[in-house]
Design a protein around this ligand. Structure first.
Ligand code: AMP
Ligand code: GLY
Length: 422
């Protein structure tokens, strides 16, 4: 089969790495990809948001199956566009991607179908939103309705902070804002493959959103992750499937917009049980890197089964080991990162045992040199019998990377390791 992967991050490198190992794949193309992906796939310089250009690429490359990595093309309707032209795609339709693309839509679904989540109000009017904030008081959470690359959420510990965030969001004409009850607890991510009707649990993972060690500093796209997350016990995972994932899948079908693709539930484990913080309608980045390292089965048939609506009775095999991914970012991230700096030692890093090196924001320089070209630049992953062992392997590989202008957190996995050593 000729397979096209859409995207250019570490997630897409991990997906391509996994798909390249499938005996079913004859040609793997990635648009636009990155220099790491170029080691396993043919790159096509096509913008994922240029839907017609992607369609032309499918025709030119005789693509049989498309895997969409990031949320923006899903929310823009890429899957609808390609499917309408006869190309099979893994990923939700534009209507189903509203679970990620509109927080208000997601919250309304939860309210209507009794899915545990924070209490909320949905506003298009600044004054009404402000009154709601004042009546509830802090702590309270203020969210932009639409996609904001992780920057649209303020967890306000004071009333002033909440009012300020509200005013900033409503400074943009046409703004929609969701105000939520503050939930306290530990966060965990849960991934399921969905075919419109059936949900197949994949795995749990935990991300590290803050830029600094000890979970300090500003939020980022994710500085590292590991899977599985021991905090999500089998009982809790079953609760999440029964009370959150499956009711959502049924709700989306009942609403006439069945969900197909990866449902990524961001959860808060509160004293009252797991509650949904947000849905993403795609694999997480860097969570996907850890999932792909742990997956034993061929990924491609599972994605095709999800698209074809035949996940029932489908089974996936996972390694018993844990995987951990350390993100290396360019100095300055999550502000403006320094670009164009030279990265050396990647072959040495990749040669370590039970390690995989995934590229994200890299660029090919002259004579095979790899340059930093973004905020999150590399995902260095280790596999081990415990999270501690996976962490040791990942950092041993990180230490082989010679990139003075890059940095990473040194404590990825700390919560799980504290549990392992308890
Ligand atoms: P979201 O994009 O909705 O997941 O929000 C980003 C981050 O904000 C989450 O990962 C949480 O750390 C935090 N957050 C979101 N909603 C809440 C909430 N209701 N209570 C506490 N923290 C929240
Ligand atoms: N790592 C969080 C995300 O992919 O949204």
């Amino acid at each position: 089969m000729n397979v096209l992967v859409i995207g250019s991050g570490g997630r897409e490198h991990a997906l391509c790495w996994s798909l390249a190992a499938s005996p079913l794949v004859t040609k793997l193309v990635c648009a636009p990809g990155n220099p790491g992906i170029a080691q396993v796939a043919k790159l096509a310089a096509v913008d994922p948001l240029d839907l017609d250009a992607v369609l032309k690429l499918c025709r030119d490359e005789h693509i049989d199956f498309v895997v969409v990595g990031p949320e923006a093309p899903l929310v823009a309707g890429l899957v609808d566009h390609l499917e309408a032209a006869g190309f099979a795609c893994f990923g939700p339709s534009k209507a189903a991607a509203r679970l990620e693309g509109s927080k208000g839509f997601m919250k309304d679904i939860c309210a209507k179908y009794n899915i545990p989540t924070a209490a909320y109000g949905r506003f298009t009017d600044a004054v009404a939103a402000e009154a709601f904030i004042r009546s509830h008081g802090a702590p309270i959470v203020v969210k932009a309705d639409g996609l904001a690359a992780g920057k649209g959420v303020t967890v306000a510990m004071t009333l002033d902070e909440a009012l300020e965030a509200n005013a900033a969001l409503f400074a943009v004409p046409g703004a929609e804002v969701v105000i939520e009850e503050f939930l306290d607890g530990e966060e965990v991510s849960f991934f399921a493959l969905v075919d419109g009707e059936t949900a197949l649990p994949l795995a749990s993972a935990q991300d590290h959103k803050r830029v600094g060690d000890g979970d300090t500093g500003p939020n980022t796209g994710g500085m590292g992750a590991y899977s599985p997350a021991p905090v999500l016990t089998p009982d809790l995972a079953q609760f999440v499937m029964e009370h959150i994932v499956q009711p959502t899948v049924a709700a989306m079908k009942a609403e006439g917009c069945p969900f197909k693709g990866v449902l990524f539930a961001g959860l808060m484990l509160t004293a009252d049980g797991p509650k949904l913080l947000e849905y993403n309608t795609r694999f997480g980045d860097p969570e996907c890197q850890t999932l792909m390292l742990r997956l034993k089965s061929d990924l491609l048939p599972a994605l095709i089964a999800a698209r074809d609506g035949v996940l029932k009775d489908f089974d996936l095999r996972w390694k018993d080991e844990a995987a951990l991914c350390v993100v290396m970012a360019g100095a300055g991230y999550p502000g403006e990162p320094r670009k164009g700096t030279v990265i050396k030692g990647l072959d040495d890093a990749a040669a370590q045992s039970d390690v995989a090196v995934f590229h994200a924001g890299t660029k090919a320089g002259e004579n095979g040199v790899i340059l930093a070209n973004g905020g999150r630049v590399l995902g260095i992953c280790g596999l081990g019998s415990t999270i501690r062992e996976a962490q040791t392997r990942a950092y041993a590989a990180v230490d082989k990377v010679d990139w003075p202008e890059g940095f990473c957190r040194r404590d990825i996995g700390w919560r799980a390791i504290a549990r392992e050593t308890r």
